[in-house]
Design a protein around this ligand. Sequence first.
Ligand code: FEO
Length: 162
Amino acid sequence: MINEKVLKALNEQVGKEIFSSYLYLSMASYFDSIDLLGFGKWMKVQAREELGHAMKIYEFIYERGGRVELPAIEKPQSNWESPLKAFEAAYNHERFITESINKIYSLAKEENDYATQEFLNWFVKEQVEEEAQTELILKKLQKLQDSPTALYMLDKEAGSRE
Ligand code: FEO
């Protein structure tokens, strides 16, 4: 049987991952609306990945004999000042998610919940990747200096994400 405090934190994390998906879909919609379809596609792929993260935790909760209770999902922001601002927000969001995973890891450690620690190792590694890939695009956008040609090329590159 899963520890109650850990279960509560995991349930909240399911909500955070679903919100991440919602936020990235909102960013996809922003990019599609300004005809940056490559970034739009990148964000849609990201939104799907986040749903996958939520489901991974969902299945783990049941494997451990817990009960999933979905929290309310808030409305995501729908507009950003620029592609740069959107990716800044995405990067900050990933850092927030990393922090959240780390907190659950610490809690599982305090509660001697070894199974959850082992399970969360995947998420710890995944967050390294998630932060890095978002930061890479952010850094490239910071270097564009308002060049429409460079933005077009970066949009094309982002659109090759599968
Ligand atoms: Fe599921 Fe991007 O963190």
